[in-house]
Each structure stands twice: as structure tokens, then as C-alpha cells.
Design a protein around this ligand. Structure first.
Ligand code: NAD
Length: 283
């Protein structure tokens, strides 16, 4: 039987709509949520991501602003901009779009963002809070994956959850969130020996490797829930996930598409985090 398709686009639209009344009530109290995005360099994908985030802000009533820097910009120019945004009471969330050009130290730049405005959840303070199970800002993609799993009614306690990819923005924080829900978590990466043998044990399989169609049908346990985080541009210009969707949907129990799965949830969670930051700013 073909897998149930988990529709991230429609869940994200519902989630965004659910924020509108909170946004208007904050605006009435003089704190319309405001988000500032910083884009550095010429990466076309980053430009598209920032544009999508600005559209989502416009759509929900979040005020957004955009700060663009050329490829060769200096660290001090970025730090100066972040310092100004940290001090600006109309800005509740600051996004530094990654990747940064290689001459810039991403950790140092992310560390400059006030943890209270770090709606991407990339600051060490927020990542540390996640590790300790305390409330902080959780990165949008893993938070969005958890919402998708909840929405699809996927049981997590005692289940094998395997993540392919160990990045700080997706794989590692997602592992912590799945652990909080009592899943037995395995993280795979580029040096994992016999990836297929590990993924075949997974009741929940999350692909976040950035490698088109890495996960084939033979690597999936029948009935598993498969979440595809990957976004890869194919030679024909189309987007593909990290999962061979056409083949895997015949064996999985449920699956997210690309596009229309995790991506819209990442943006929706950014809105949720910005609204929360604005609420917290009022004390
Ligand atoms: P990354 O490059 O930082 O990390 C990739 C990880 O995958 C690494 O840990 C690496 O060890 C592992 N990996 C790579 N090839 C592998 C292989 N053949 N076998 C096993 N493991 C392998 O990437 P990232 O920033 O975590 O992003 C991963 C993917 O998710 C990319 O396609 C990215 O575009 C996408 N992404 C999507 C969203 C979204 O909102 N949909 C958000 C963030 C990232």
C-alpha cells in the first residue's frame, strides 16, 4: 500500500494562520513582531530562502527588514549591524542566513546575536538550553520536523528513530528533540559503515544529508515514517529531496514530499519563534 503523504505545506499554512491573532494583539500593545534578516554574498539558494521568509512575514503581519552585504564584506561590518539590531526595540528576531562566505567565522558571528533575538536557535545559549531540556529557541527545521511527526500521529516513545546527517542546525538538535520524546535515537553521517543496515532498523527515518535520492527503497523498513529534510537542485532545475520519493513511498507508512514537506515548516517555525520573542520582550 502506498504511504500516506504528510503535507507540510498545508500544516505550515495552518500554523502561520494560527499566529495571526497573537501578532495583532502584540501590535496593539506596541510590539508588532519584527524580524531582521542578514544576507551576505551571492548564494542564489540563500537569496530564495530569505525571500520566502520575508513573504511569510508579510503574509502573517510580522514586520520584516533585510540587510544585504557583499560577498567580500568584513566581519566587523556584520558585527556592527548585528549590534545595532540587538539594540533595536522594533526588532525581535535576527536571522543570519547561512552559509556565510568562507572568510567569515560563522560561530563568532552567530555568537554576536542576542540569545533573546536568536529566533533561528543557533546561538550556543539556545543550543545549550536544548541540550539541558530547558526552554529556549529551537532551530526551525528540527522543530518543524517534530510538529510534522506530531501532526501525522507518529508514535515516538520506544521507537527507533534514525537521522542521516549530524549538522548543528538539523541532525544534532533533532536528535535531542526525539530523545526528549523517548525515542531510541541513532545519528548516521558520512563515515557510517553500512548505512542501509542502520536505516533499515528505523521506525522513523529522517534524511538530512544534502545528497539527492540517497535513501532508496531497500534502505527503508516497511511501514516506516520517512521525513525528507534534503533540498537538492537537480540538473533539470527541479528540486529533489534526499529520499528516492517515487520508490520509497511504495514501502513507507508515511512520507514527506520535497517540495511541500519540511521546508514550509521551517519557515512557519521561524514565525512562531519571532512571535514568542516579541511576547518575551514585553516581559
Ligand atoms: P550539512 O552539509 O551541514 O550536513 C550534512 C550531514 O550529512 C553531515 O553530517 C554529513 O556527515 C552527512 N552526510 C553527507 N553525505 C552522507 C552520506 N552519503 N551518508 C551519510 N551521511 C551523509 O547539511 P545541513 O545543513 O544539515 O543540510 C542537510 C540537507 O538539508 C541539505 O540538503 C539542506 O539543503 C537541507 N536543509 C533543508 C532545510 C529545510 O528547511 N527543508 C533546512 C536546512 C537544511
Amino acid at each position: 500500500m502506498a504511504a500516506t503523504i504528510i503535507d507540510g505545506k498545508s500544516l505550515a499554512a495552518t500554523l502561520r494562520a494560527s499566529q495571526k491573532s497573537a501578532i495583532e494583539s502584540l501590535a496593539a500593545r506596541g510590539a508588532r513582531p519584527g524580524l531582521a534578516a542578514i544576507l551576505t554574498g551571492n548564494d542564489p539558494a540563500s537569496r530564495i530562502y530569505v525571500r520566502n521568509k520575508a513573504r511569510a512575514c508579510e503574509d502573517t503581519g510580522v514586520r520584516s527588514e533585510f540587510h544585504e552585504f557583499p560577498e567580500g564584506t568584513s566581519e566587523s561590518s556584520l558585527l556592527e549591524c548585528i549590534g545595532r539590531l540587538n539594540a533595536d526595540r522594533a526588532v525581535h528576531g535576527i536571522l543570519v542566513q547561512l552559509p556565510l562566505p568562507p572568510h567569515l567565522d560563522a560561530n563568532r558571528i552567530l555568537a554576536a546575536v542576542s540569545p533573546a533575538k536568536d529566533v533561528d536557535g543557533f546561538h550556543a545559549v539556545n543550543l545549550g538550553a536544548l541540550l539541558q531540556g530547558r526552554a529556549g529557541f529551537v532551530p526551525g527545521t528540527p522543530a518543524g520536523v517534530m510538529r510534522l511527526l506530531e501532526h501525522a500521529g507518529v508514535a515516538l516513545a520506544g521507537k527507533n528513530a534514525t537521522i542521516v546527517g549530524r549538522s548543528t542546525i538539523v541532525g544534532k538538535p533533532l536528535a535531542l528533540l526525539l530523545l526528549q520524546k523517548d525515542a531510541t535515537v541513532t545519528i548516521c553521517h558520512s563515515k557510517t559503515a553500512d548505512l542501509a543496515a542502520v536505516t533499515r532498523q528505523a521506525d522513523i527515518l529522517v534524511a538530512a544529508a544534502g545528497h539527492a535520492k540517497l535513501i532508496t527503497a531497500e534502505m527503508v523498513k516497511p511501514g516506516a515514517c520517512v521525513i525528507d529534510v534534503g533540498v537538492n537542485r537537480m540538473p533539470d532545475g527541479k528540486l529533489s529531496g534526499d529520499v528516492d520519493f517515487a520508490a520509497v513511498k511504495r514501502i513507507a507508512g508515511s512520507i514527506t514530499p520535497v517540495p511541500g514537506g519540511v521546508g514550509p515548516m521551517t519557515v512557519a517555525m521561524m514565525i512562531v519563534n519571532t512571535v514568542r520573542a516579541a511576547e518575551l520582550s514585553l516581559g
